[in-house]
Write a protein that binds this ligand. Structure first.
Ligand code: G3P
Length: 481
């Protein structure tokens, strides 16, 4: 009977949830963090702010719960990196967020090795992943200390250990995906071969203890955030898929125990390493979902995410949006692409543009669902969804319409934390099976497609032409630069 403090350290905030033995949420605390969006596609966070938010949210949630905590777990952003001093724990750089594009040059230099890198890692050579950003820090900022993903730094502060979990390590571009171990060949390619690297632990492992939240509490169940949501949503069998609508939107499908390489431009990662098994998943990414909504707010088009449904016009009146505000990921992999609105006239109003942004995000997810189906060799029949933006009925209906499948909304806004809590229960209780650790759920809402297949296909064809135009424009800008 395990009560878990599950901390979801995300891009836009840290959420701490105390989860009871049956998966019920007993307490919740949230501390927002705001990345700095800088020119040149740079996206940074203050590491100290991340750590402070973990401690503050965790302590608030524990105080609220008012009961003993048996385990602490952390879900992390995945590909956000920093350099730090392993003796003092002091950060030596800002944190380069996964959305940061500055390591494009590192990737461009390795372009000749892209196929070999993809074969070994299951990933695509892109600045999104952690190793290019680690290499960028080494070349441009400091050769001191260690350079790791943010989870390793946070867990070090909590426990004194130097670890990362297998799922997070698989987002790096320096992990041999089949061996689930650091690859000397890849480390050499990125010139990271002299680095001290964290020990790779299983997700269902206790890695140490912490006194940060009162008493001495075991820490374990470490997992990257998207995979934690995959687990929470019960995607335990090959072919089961979910999409989390957070800062970005991330579509993941379980592919079972074989690390099948995508033939369609998706990426393959470790879903989790637990109970002696290592299932894998394919994933596709929309880099800006809630980020695009926040951007709409910054521009004054909406007051905030809760205004979306009231502000979005019933249709976009022909306006179309390509949400490449931080480049394009799978299956295009164009970090240099930029976002665009198309199809505007003098009668276009903010409400049309808000609708276009929501449809643009939904179109990209629908496109990814088709690509995932190609890789799996079978169409997805339903899509499980979670994350803050699932509160927008407009977005969810557009998702069902464009993907042409029912969309099942996860009933809790805390899927990532609940997935990490399930992993922590496995870490604490060796007798528990994966199936028993994940509570069953029924959707809070199911959105059925209202558009005809023909209308959805026409929309997606027009939207893909918008994507092609965005890439052509990036080619043009690149050659002029
Ligand atoms: O911070 P989130 O929830 O948008 O998730 C970040 C992603 O996992 C980055 O790969």
């Amino acid at each position: 009977m395990t009560t878990v403090l599950a901390i979801d350290q995300g891009t836009s905030g840290t959420k701490a949830v105390v989860v009871g033995p049956d998966g019920a949420v007993l307490a919740l605390a949230e501390v927002p963090v705001r990345p700095a969006y800088l020119p040149g596609g740079r996206v940074e966070q203050n590491p100290q702010e991340l750590l402070d938010s973990v401690l503050a949210a965790g302590r608030q949630a524990v105080a609220q719960a008012g009961r003993p905590i048996d385990a602490v777990t952390l879900a992390n952003q995945g590909e956000t990196v920093l350099a730090w001093d392993p003796l003092t724990g002091r950060p030596l750089t800002t944190a380069l967020v996964w959305q940061d594009r500055r390591a494009e040059d590192v990737c461009a230099e390795l372009a000749g090795q892209a196929a070999r890198i993809a074969e070994l890692t299951g990933l695509v050579l892109d600045p999104y992943f952690s190793a290019p950003k680690m290499a960028w820090i080494r070349r441009n900022v400091t050769s001191e200390g260690v350079v790791t993903t943010s989870d390793t730094w946070l867990v070090h502060h909590l426990t004194g250990e130097f670890v990362t979990d297998a799922a997070t390590a698989s987002r790096s571009l320096v992990l041999d995906l089949d061996a689930v171990d650091w690859s000397p060949e890849l480390l050499r390619l990125f010139k990271l071969d002299g680095e001290r690297l964290p020990r790779i632990v299983a997700c269902d492992e206790i890695v140490g203890t912490t006194r940060a939240f009162g008493g001495e509490i075991p820490v374990g169940g470490l997992i990257v955030d998207q995979q934690a949501a995959l687990l929470a949503e019960g995607c335990l069998r090959p072919g089961e898929a979910k999409c989390t609508f957070g800062t970005g939107a991330f579509l993941l499908a379980n592919t079972g125990e074989r690390a099948v390489r995508s033939t369609s431009g998706l990426t393959t990662s470790v879903a989790w390493r637990a109970r002696g098994g290592t299932p894998y998943c394919v994933d596709g990414q929309v880099y800006t979902a809630a980020s695009a909504v926040r951007w709409l707010g910054d521009l004054g088009f909406i007051g905030g995410a809760t205004d979306l449904d009231a502000t979005a016009a019933p249709d976009s009146q022909g306006a179309l949006f390509v949400p490449a505000l931080a480049g394009l990921a799978a299956p295009w992999w164009r970090p240099d692409a930029t976002a665009s609105f198309l199809g505007m006239t003098l009668s276009t109003r903010p409400g049309h543009l808000v609708r276009a942004v929501l449809e643009g995000v939904a179109a990209q997810v629908a496109d990814l669902a088709q690509v995932v189906a190609r890789d799996l060799g079978a169409p997805l029949t339903r899509l499980r969804v979670d994350g803050g933006l699932t509160r927008s009925a407009t977005l969810m209906q557009a998702q069902a319409d464009l993907a042409q499948m029912p969309v099942d909304v996860y009933p809790s806004p805390h899927a990532t934390a609940l997935g990490a809590a399930a992993m922590a229960r496995l870490a604490v209780d060796p007798a528990l099976s994966l199936e028993d650790a994940v509570p069953a759920w029924t959707p809070s809402t199911t959105y059925e497609p209202r558009w005809t297949g023909e209308r959805a296909a026409e929309f997606l064809a027009r939207w893909r032409r918008g994507v092609d135009a965005a890439m052509d424009r990036a080619d043009l800008t690149g050659s002029e630069a």
